[in-house]
Ligand binder design. Structure first.
Ligand SMILES: *Cc1c(COP(=O)(O)O)cnc(C)c1O
Length: 381
């Protein structure tokens, strides 16, 4: 059986039958000529299908161990496609510290259609069970969560939904299929913002949903075609190119993040360092079970003191750039309260502990010592 590192390089991409080109070309075309009416060769129109997108979708499905993958113009377009399939009276349980944009999509755009979204702490499966009702059709999980890096026990939750009409979706953006395999743990759907680790070079926006469930696959295919939030051939090509190095990058992100997290723990300026690969993480054992090959590249830490001090520290960093987003080869630093999580309701932010002192690092693939020295220098400056 072929292993994932090999799939990263080869899945979905076949030499072009006419020219022998080893890489799938960018089929930059909207339409396809037909010999007879209603008898296209493969595709008739690029919203419905495009050969570059086909290659990417085959690659993505193979990597995640799914039968089908559908790609979209952004991670949120992918999330929207899933939500559009639910019936209006569905109840959806969502991680309370879900990605801010996902929470905004649910609260501000879909709640008005009668869907009920309930945001809860998912660390204890018993709590989830207590919140499930006859109308619960989906459990929307993020693990690790952003920016607090809580771990959610996917197999335990999948077990809860076994005899019910309720699907489990895991947003696997933080781990990629290299580090975490939700379908093998019993999830029905996996979603990615491919903008992050899958693309890995901070140069595109995209999303993807994978499933091995035929009903979900048919519905997703229909929404992709009927609502049309597809990604363009150029984006598909760039993603295919990125995925070739995904396994290498995830390994490096994980070892660099662990090295940085260990170093931060020794610096007295930081009050608390959060990284699932640190034995000090309260869910370390579960993290080791669910992400045995590494805990990815996000590290959060509290730097107590005034906003001014935190702001000075972040501006003093020179290898880390101050920016939103994550998952690229270059290291970034972010201030969740004022940047990525500014759209989270303020009382929920307080409850979660997203305050002025919280800093989130997206650790890139540079030299780990350079990253640690950058932090030391910025603290001293
Ligand atoms: C970024 C992100 C999204 C949204 O994806 P976009 O590509 O920005 O639309 C969803 N989930 C997680 C975990 C993310 O980090």
């Amino acid at each position: 059986m072929t292993r994932i590192e090999t799939h990263c390089v080869h899945a979905g991409v076949k030499p072009d039958p006419v020219t022998g080109a080893i890489m799938t070309p960018i089929y930059q075309t909207s339409t396809f000529v037909q010999e007879k009416p209603g008898e296209p060769l493969l595709h008739d129109y690029s919203r419905a299908g495009n050969p570059t997108r086909d290659a990417l979708e085959t690659s993505m499905a193979t990597l995640e161990g799914a039968r089908w993958a559908y790609t979209f113009s952004s991670g949120l377009a992918a999330a929207q496609a899933v939500i559009q399939i639910l019936e209006p009276d569905a109840h959806v349980l969502v991680s309370e510290d879900v990605y801010g944009g996902t929470g905004r999509l649910f609260r501000r755009m879909y709640a008005k259609y009668g869907l009920e979204f309930e945001f809860i702490d998912m660390r204890d499966p018993k709590v989830i069970e207590q919140h499930m009702t006859d109308k619960t059709r989906m459990i929307w999980i993020e693990t690790p969560t952003n920016p607090l890096l809580r771990i959610v026990d996917v197999p335990a939750i999948a077990e809860l939904t076994k005899d019910r009409d309720c699907s489990v979706l895991v947003d696997n953006t933080f781990c990629s299929p290299i580090l975490q395999r939700p379908l093998e743990m019993g999830a029905d759907l996996v979603l990615h913002s491919s903008t992050k680790y899958l693309a890995g070079h901070s140069d595109l926006v995209g999303g993807v949903v994978m499933t091995s469930d035929e009903k979900w696959s048919e519905e997703l295919k229909f929404v992709q075609f009927a609502a049309g939030a597809v990604n363009a051939p150029q984006e598909c090509f760039l993603l295919l190119r990125s995925i070739k190095t995904l396994a290498l990058r995830m390994e490096r992100h994980s070892t660099n993040a662990l090295a940085l997290a260990e170093a931060l723990e020794t610096m007295p300026e930081f009050e608390e360092v959060i990284y699932p690969g640190l034995p000090s993480h309260p869910q370390y054992d579960l993290a080791q079970r669910q992400m045995p090959h590494g805990c990815s590249g996000i590290v959060s830490a509290y730097l107590p003191g005034s906003m001014e001090r935190v702001s000075r520290f972040m501006s003093n960093l020179s290898v880390f750039s101050l920016a939103e987003s994550l998952g690229g080869v270059e290291s970034l630093v972010n201030h969740p309260e004022t940047m990525t999580h500014a759209s989270v309701p303020p009382d929920l932010r307080v409850k979660l502990g997203i305050d002025a002192g919280l800093i989130r690092f997206s650790v890139g693939i540079e030299n780990a010592e350079d990253l640690i020295e950058d932090v030391r220098r910025a603290l001293e400056a």
